[in-house]
Design a protein around this ligand. Structure first.
Ligand SMILES: Nc1ncnc2c1ncn2[C@@H]1O[C@H](COP(=O)(O)OP(=O)(O)OP(=O)(O)O)[C@@H](O)[C@H]1O
Length: 218
């Protein structure tokens, strides 16, 4: 199993958000997790991303249990990406040294090429404070390019298109398809229609995770 959660419980202070969650995800499997707002979807994703220490249970990601090692195995695309006040290039590489070829491939797969080519300073253009000089769709595609360039085996998605209009969401979906191909994916959302390419879908309710068996049963 690439991701294995065994009786994972998580509390913020006194408030129990996740209650003995079990989840197994095989290599290259695409898993969707549906849930209403405030149900703990983002919290669950952050645990799998190695961002939170769990209260009880075990979380094993690519055979690792320590948070630093887990973080190396995953790439995350969230709902609202906050970009660093740096160039597009630095936002993609996050300061890691990478070949030009690797960066160009990520730019192309994230559907950013024609926009970047139209900028006077190209990939070295500054994105502004908190990404203020780029649109929401461009910011999401930069985040996707960052995830592609990282080339982690596990991709974690948290409503990556929900803040975008339909037209922009379509372009971002193409970029997401390129990102997730051949990878292990966990995608959390409250919209079942965004989980069309998942092998299976779970339902997160009242801190518990339920197997929905098939997409048609939702
Ligand atoms: N850092 C935090 N400290 C305390 N409580 C938090 C924190 N982050 C989230 N919560 C609470 O935990 C619960 C679950 O939040 P979470 O963001 O995981 O839900 P979600 O299902 O992703 O919601 P949404 O779809 O609205 O993003 C909510 O009640 C939220 O208010």
């Amino acid at each position: 199993m690439e991701i294995l959660l065994n009786k994972v419980t998580f509390t913020y202070g006194e408030k129990k958000i996740l209650d003995e969650i079990n989840l197994s995800v095989r290599k290259q499997e695409h898993v969707g997790i549906l849930g209403s707002s405030g149900g703990g979807k983002s919290t669950l994703l952050k645990i799998i991303a190695g961002l939170y220490e769990i209260t009880e249970g075990t979380c094993i990601v690519s055979g690792c249990q320590d948070l630093d090692s887990i973080r190396k195995q995953v790439a995350v695309v969230m709902q609202n990406t906050s970009l660093f006040p740096m160039s597009i290039r630095d936002n993609i590489t996050c300061g890691h040294s990478m070949s030009e070829e690797r960066i160009s491939k990520a730019v192309e797969a994230a559907q950013l090429e024609s926009w970047i080519d139209s900028l006077p300073e190209g990939i070295d253009s500054y994105v502004g404070e908190r990404g203020g000089k780029v649109s929401g769709g461009q910011a999401q595609r930069i985040a996707i390019a960052r995830a592609i360039a990282k080339d982690a085996p596990i991709i974690l998605l948290d409503e990556p298109t929900s803040a975008l209009d339909d037209e922009t969401a379509k372009a971002v979906m193409l970029a997401l398809e390129n990102l997730t191909k051949g990878k292990t994916v966990v995608h959390v959302t409250h919209r079942v229609e965004t989980l069309w390419d998942c092998d299976c879908i779970y339902d997160l309710r009242g801190g518990k995770l339920y197997d929905t068996k098939s997409k048609s049963s939702i």
